[in-house]
Design a protein around this ligand. Structure first.
Ligand SMILES: [Zn+2]
Ligand SMILES: [Zn+2]
Length: 472
């Protein structure tokens, strides 16, 4: 929530928080092995051939008008995504920003010219306004310094981010190249008995039958879209990569055991009507995404990838917060519902305090909260979360959060730990197995990059178990 009140000045972290799904650049792990579409393990799997594939319309997604606050962000490509027009017919994908055939990229260069800083000028005259950064690095294409002379002086520092910026540049041109983005043709439902391996992106994409993941670039594009549903799924699923002792606390396992009881119902003998197997499934799991921004903009069939991993469960995904209404549904009211397959999406612009009373009562077996890069400690948003956190802890439901880099996560958790509320750790902060593999660039400071949902943590309001001695 909160983001409506976030000032859109030049605060880089704030700009990061506004980033939406249609943006982002790169720096994938070099240790990952790209899954080739021609891999024998894929072609020999007849099961995958039967899986209906859904074509995700990226065009409508990128064309969607973003909320004003989002469109104005200073960060990354967000501000351009509403102007997406496939314009490039073929490679090359690298251009100096000011020479890009894409107007949005040229606008980004202009924006950096007017709002950016030359780091060498800044070092030499910290109190004076620097010359505008108009010299474009020949390797990444970004306007990094005020002149070629200052570029060479500052090249050593710039080299740390140059390859990341280059990837960002090329990824952005690739997404808008007009090529058929086959990597976004996602698999449909899985068979009830199909096993999925959630150890990492590679094993997930392979065992779920995603095709066309034949480059690091495709992995970056897809991970950036799926990071939200997959962060949720990877925490909740019984095949979760997060283990007791290593990542989860005992309290964390208790909370997840309660949710998994609902999510993975026991199969019963006999058949229900229609030949479906009988199970103990009777309830819907509610996932509350608070302060929703990019996650609520995702097309429903992207979120379906979460539901497919829990074939017996119906989901309600509640997106709550001032920016929760998807751009495609703007003007249709401040509270909206949408049904898609076995999921119900609820979008509500209210502040959480107002929503809480209507959505309750809460049950730790059926309800879970996710705060994606909430900015609990950020000066612009901190105050907005103050009334929310005690309400969340009071539900005794599991609460998971993410952050876009280590500092962001640490700041948020320090804020929680010093707020004086009683809570238990469910998951100690760690890097998120299903973070976006794309890097985002802070256009106000090109030295800063971040990844969507980089880190992950979990808490819950403290419960006091009644012990026999208490009853005496
Ligand atoms: Zn300079
Ligand atoms: Zn460079």
């Amino acid at each position: 929530m909160a983001s409506r009140l976030r000032s859109l000045a030049n605060a880089p972290h704030q700009a990061l928080r506004h980033s939406t799904t249609a943006s982002f650049p790169t720096a994938a792990s070099s240790t990952r092995t790209a899954i080739s579409a021609t891999s024998p393990r894929l072609s020999s799997s007849s099961a995958f051939a039967l899986v209906p594939r859904r074509h995700l319309s990226l065009r409508s997604w990128f064309n969607a008008k973003k909320a004003t606050a989002v469109a104005n962000t200073t960060f990354g490509n967000d501000r351009f995504s509403s102007q997406f027009e496939p314009a490039l017919e073929e490679k090359p994908l690298f251009y100096p920003l000011s020479k890009s055939p894409l107007a949005p990229v040229r606008q980004k260069a202009e924006w950096i010219h007017s709002h950016g800083t030359c780091p060498v000028c800044k070092d030499q005259h910290p109190t004076e306004k620097s010359q505008p950064p108009v010299y474009e690095c020949p390797d990444c294409g970004y306007p990094t310094h005020c002149s070629e002379d200052h570029y060479h002086q500052g090249k050593h520092n710039h080299q740390h981010v140059c390859s990341t910026l280059r990837q960002v540049n090329e990824d952005e041109h690739d997404l808008r190249s007009g090529r058929r983005l086959k990597e976004f043709e996602f698999p449909g439902r899985q068979h009830r008995d199909e096993a999925v391996n959630l150890s990492n992106w590679d094993t997930f994409l392979y065992t779920r039958g995603f095709l066309s993941m034949n480059s690091e670039r495709s992995m970056r594009h897809v991970s950036h879209v799926l990071t939200y549903p997959m962060t949720v799924a990877s925490v909740l699923h019984q095949s979760s990569p997060y283990q007791l002792g290593k990542d989860l606390t005992v309290e964390g396992l208790k909370s997840l055991a309660a949710l998994r009881h609902t999510l993975h119902p026991t199969r019963l003998a006999g058949s229900a009507s229609g030949g479906e197997l009988k199970t103990t499934a009777t309830n819907t799991v509610r996932v509350f995404c608070l302060g929703a921004r990019a996650e609520s903009q995702l097309p429903p069939h992207v979120w379906s990838q979460l539901a497919y991993l829990f074939p017996s469960t119906a989901f309600q995904i509640h997106f709550v917060g001032p920016d929760a209404i998807p751009a495609t549904r703007a003007g249709k009211g401040d509270h909206q519902h949408m049904h898609f397959e076995n999921m119900t999406f609820v979008y509500d612009k209210s502040r959480y305090e107002a929503y809480h009373a209507e959505a309750g009562p809460f049950n730790p077996y059926f309800d879970v909260f996710f705060l994606f890069s909430p900015g609990l400690a950020h000066p612009a948003t901190k105050g907005m979360w103050k009334p929310t956190i005690p309400l969340l802890l009071d539900t005794k439901c599991a609460i998971f959060g993410t952050g876009f880099n280590q500092t962001d996560v640490e700041n948020d958790l320090q804020e929680l730990e010093t707020c004086g509320l009683e809570m238990d750790w469910l998951m100690k902060p760690r890097d998120n197995v299903f973070k976006s593999l794309k890097h985002e660039v802070n256009v106000t400071d090109l030295q800063q990059t971040a990844q969507c949902n980089w880190g992950l943590w979990g808490i819950r309001g403290r419960r006091y178990d009644v012990r026999p001695s208490d009853q005496e």
